[in-house]
Design a protein around this ligand. Structure first.
Ligand code: ADP
Length: 358
């Protein structure tokens, strides 16, 4: 049975790749977080999942959502990466790639992107893969560089820049970078550090520095990091030995801020402002993806810093993967439906179906 399932999965993946090449390049995967020890006993599971469909039970009926791939509670980091890898490594073939982890706070976005000690997530695994491809490539040479930044309340903060000498500096230079667009329409964050990563060791060193820099800048790590977006960019340059041709591409891996609605959280003051900033940029992201999907002339990139920065990697010729994260808990069901609706709207085909109550 396992063999059969594996074969089916391979066939699906192949078919999916073909479909994506024809229809466009936005794929949506969904991952359901397992129950955590703190919510194991008091909850019943309102979600039932199939291979690529999910049914969420609500008081007035149920909603069915469809994805390109669905990861169940027991899915491992390896399972996720096996499906994400072909998209990530297409950056080596000159495509701009953008992987976005979306969902309510606490649903496992950081777990999927960064991972924990012995269960590394997408970013560290992607770094390993890029270097192993580079070492096997005989016809061209690949060079990589890395940048990391955080978008918080509309400000851009460099996560790889040296530690500020004083707090005043922290709130000025490195904390408030601006975005420039050149004559060709290419976007660059002015002053953002870009470090060369000649080998995997250096790549991991810089990446861990960026992660630490994110977490130490706030007094309340979990709370505040959920209200900022964390972006890791790998710039790739490929030079062919046979001629003077070079090719450049970008791979963005983004841990988005929590998508929860503000009214539900009862946020006030600074928390409310932070939540508003996240909600605005996430809805700007939704608008950009919707415009791209409908192949509308005008794509509203300029409505948020997040979409401005990612412009080159969301549009034509690039590959976008949205990883929607949801909680299995009953108390989160309203947020789950919001996240799934957002994610399915990003897909190339309409994929929400109302199921009336019996
Ligand atoms: P988010 O980034 O969405 O706010 P986190 O990644 O911080 O959420 O996850 C919240 C908690 O759930 C963390 O303790 C994390 O280790 C745990 N967790 C999330 N996803 C999983 C998973 N798939 N397996 C095991 N633990 C998980």
């Amino acid at each position: 049975l396992r063999q059969k399932q594996k074969l089916l999965d391979e066939k699906r993946r192949e078919a999916l790749n073909n479909i994506i090449d024809i229809k466009g390049s936005i794929r949506v995967f969904c991952r359901v977080r397992p129950f955590l020890p703190r919510n194991r006993r008091k909850n019943i599971n309102p979600i039932s999942t199939g291979l690529d469909k999910m049914v969420v039970k609500l008081s007035g009926g149920a909603k069915e959502f469809e994805f390109d791939k669905l990861f169940q509670q027991e899915s491992s980091q390896e399972d996720i990466f096996a499906e994400v890898e072909p998209i990530l490594t297409s950056a080596l073939d000159g495509h701009n790639v953008c992987v976005l982890a979306y969902g309510q706070t606490g649903t496992g976005k950081t777990y999927t992107m960064d991972g924990v000690n012995d269960k590394p997530g997408i970013v560290p695994r992607a770094l390993e893969k890029l270097f192993s491809h580079a070492s096997r490539d005989k016809s061209s040479s690949l060079t990589f560089s890395m940048s990391m930044l955080e978008v918080y309340m509309g400000n851009l903060r460099d996560l790889l820049a040296p530690k500020p000498i004083c707090r005043a500096y922290e709130t000025s230079a490195r904390c408030n970078l601006s975005i420039q667009t050149d004559l060709k329409g290419l976007v660059e964050v002015e002053g953002l550090m870009e470090v060369q990563i000649p080998d995997l060791g250096k790549a991991k060193w810089w990446y861990n520095k960026g992660r630490r820099s994110r977490s130490t800048s706030w007094t309340n790590v979990n709370e505040t990091s959920s209200r900022s977006h964390c972006l890791t960019r790998i710039s790739i340059v490929r030079k062919w030995d046979s001629d003077a041709k070079t090719e450049s591409s970008k791979l963005w891996m983004v841990d988005l801020g929590g998508s929860e609605r503000l009214l539900k959280t009862g946020a006030i003051g600074q928390t409310l402002d932070e939540g508003r900033a996240i909600n605005l940029s996430l809805s700007a992201l939704g608008d950009v993806i919707a415009a791209l999907r409908r192949k509308r002339g005008h794509v509203p990139y300029r409505n948020s810093k997040l979409t401005q920065i990612l412009k080159d990697s969301l549009g034509d010729g690039s590959k976008v993967l949205m990883l929607a994260h949801v909680s299995p808990c009953e108390e989160d069901v309203a947020e789950t439906v919001c996240s799934l609706s957002f994610a399915t709207r990003a897909r190339a085909v309409e994929s929400i179906r109302e199921i009336p109550e019996d």
